[in-house]
Design a protein around this ligand. Structure first.
Ligand code: FNR
Length: 392
C-alpha cells in the first residue's frame, strides 16, 4: 500500500524504516485530524453542508409515536450478538488506531472503558505489526492489561491470510475486521492506485479464518457499501458487513488536510496554492450510512452492522430498526476519551445504554427483534426515490 510514495514526499532511498515511520506518523495525523473534525462537527451541530443533507434524510425517517406503550422498562432487553459474541448493548467501539506508543495509549484508555462497561472493541488497522513485529509487545500489553475485553483485530484487504492470522493472535481477537478503503487510498499521496486482487485476498482470508472459527467482518471506513459490493463480499465468503457509511468521520477530508499540511510545509506556505492537488471537492463522495444499510440489508445471508456518523441513541435505534445487528461508533469515542477521559467515556456508554432502553420502552418494544418487527416508520421522499432508482 505504501509502495507508490511520490518522490517529493519520500526521502531518498526510502526504505522499510521510512515506510514504518510513515505509517506511524499517518496514524497520529489521523487521530489529530479526526478529532478536529469531530470538534467542528459538534460546534456546528454537524452542520458541514454535505452532512446536513445526510442528516436531513435520517432525521426525516421518523418512528410513529405510540401513546400507549403498555410495557415496563424492566421487560426491555437491548442485548445483541455480533459474530457470536454476546453483547449486553447494541453498540461497540469501532476501529480507530494503535501500534504506536501514542496511539496505544488511546487504545489502553478505550480498552479500560470497554472492560468496565463490557463493550466490544475493534482496533485500528494493525498493518504496522505485519511490517514491524516488535510492535507485537504493544498489542500484547493491551490484551494482558485488559484480559476481559473482547477485541476485534483489523487489517486491510490487501493482506495475506498469514498476516491476518498474526494480527488476530496478537490480541487473541474474537473476530477480524477487513477494512476496504479505496476512496481513502486514492486521495492519500502514499496510497494504493491498484485495487486488483482484493476480492481474491478477502476470499483467502475468509477461508483461513473459517478454519479457525474466527468470524470476519468486511468494513468500509466512512464511504458506505452498495448492494453489489455486498453481493461480491458474500460470494467471497463474508457474512458480516459493517457499512461504515458517509456522514461522520470523513477520510477524504482528513487525507486532504494531511496533503495540504505537507504541501504547505514543503512550499513554506500554510495555504494551498492554485494548481496544487486538493481533493476538497470530493468531500461528499460515498453512500450515507442510512442508504448503505438499506442497500446491504436486502442481501440474503449478510448480517449488516451500521456505523458512520451515528450521533445519538435515536440514530442507533433507527439503524437497528432497519436491520442492523449492532452499531459501531468511532469518532465519538475518540473525542470522548481524549477530552473527558476514561470516567467521562464510561458515563457516555452508560448514558447511551440507558437512553436506548428508555426509547425502546417508549416504542413499546422489548427486544431488537420486536423493534424490527413491530415499530412503524415513515420515510422521506428522497429516500424512496433513491430506493426506486436503485431497485432496492
Ligand atoms: C478510523 N477508521 C478506521 N477504520 C478501519 O477499519 N481501520 C482503521 O485503521 C481506521 N482508522 C481510523 C482512525 C481514526 C482516527 C478514526 C476516527 C477512524 C474508520 C472508523 O472505523 C469508521 O469507519 C469511521 O470513522 C466512521 O465512523 P464515525 O467516526 O463517523 O463513527
Amino acid at each position: 500500500r505504501t509502495e507508490s510514495i511520490p518522490s517529493a514526499l519520500s526521502k531518498p532511498n526510502s526504505s522499510l524504516i521510512d515506510d514504518r515511520n510513515l505509517i506511524a506518523s499517518r496514524k497520529e495525523d489521523h487521530v489529530r485530524l479526526a478529532r478536529a473534525q469531530q470538534a467542528r462537527a459538534q460546534q456546528r451541530n454537524l452542520g458541514e453542508e454535505y452532512q446536513g443533507r445526510v442528516y436531513d434524510e435520517l432525521d426525516s425517517c421518523e418512528f410513529i409515536h405510540t401513546s400507549l406503550p403498555e410495557i415496563s422498562i424492566d421487560q426491555v432487553d437491548i442485548s445483541t450478538d455480533l459474530a457470536g459474541i454476546r453483547q449486553n448493548k447494541p453498540f461497540f467501539i469501532n476501529a480507530m488506531t494503535g501500534g504506536t506508543e501514542l496511539t496505544n495509549e488511546i487504545n489502553m484508555k478505550l480498552a479500560q472503558v470497554a472492560g468496565r462497561t463490557g463493550t466490544l472493541m475493534a482496533l485500528g488497522s494493525m498493518s504496522i505489526l505485519v511490517k514491524k513485529p516488535q510492535v507485537r509487545d504493544l498489542y500484547r500489553r493491551l490484551k494482558q492489561e485488559n484480559p476481559q475485553v473482547s477485541f476485534i483485530a483489523n487489517l486491510g484487504a490487501e493482506h495475506s491470510p498469514e498476516s491476518a492470522l498474526a494480527v488476530v493472535e496478537a490480541v487473541d481477537a474474537q473476530a477480524l475486521q477487513i477494512h476496504i478503503n479505496p476512496a481513502q487510498e486514492i486521495v492519500m499521496p502514499e496510497g494504493s492506485r491498484d485495487f486488483r486482487g482484493w476480492v481474491d485476498n478477502i476470499t483467502n482470508i475468509a477461508i483461513a479464518m473459517r478454519e479457525r472459527s474466527i468470524p470476519v467482518i468486511a468494513k468500509e471506513v466512512g464511504f458506505g457499501m452498495s448492494r453489489q459490493t455486498a453481493q461480491i463480499l458474500k460470494e467471497a465468503g463474508i457474512t458480516y458487513i459493517d457499512v461504515a457509511g458517509k456522514g461522520g468521520t470523513n477520510f477524504i477530508t482528513i487525507e486532504n488536510a494531511r496533503l495540504r499540511e505537507k504541501q504547505g510545509r514543503s512550499s513554506g506556505q500554510t495555504e494551498p496554492r492554485l494548481g496544487i492537488s486538493d481533493f476538497s471537492y470530493l468531500k461528499s463522495w460515498g453512500i450515507s450510512t442510512l442508504r448503505s444499510l438499506i442497500e446491504v440489508r436486502g442481501v440474503e445471508g449478510i448480517v449488516p452492522i451500521a456505523s458512520g456518523g451515528v450521533r445519538n441513541p435515536l440514530d442507533a435505534i433507527k439503524y437497528l430498526a432497519l436491520g442492523a445487528r449492532t452499531i459501531g461508533l468511532s469518532g465519538i469515542f475518540l473525542d470522548s476519551v481524549m477530552t473527558r477521559g476514561i470516567e467521562g467515556t464510561v458515563d457516555l456508554v452508560e448514558t447511551w445504554q440507558d437512553h436506548i432502553q428508555r426509547i425502546f420502552t417508549l416504542l413499546g418494544v422489548r427486544t431488537i427483534q420486536e423493534l424490527q418487527e413491530k415499530s412503524r416508520m415513515v420515510f422521506p421522499a428522497s429516500l424512496i426515490e433513491y430506493c426506486r432508482q436503485r431497485g432496492l
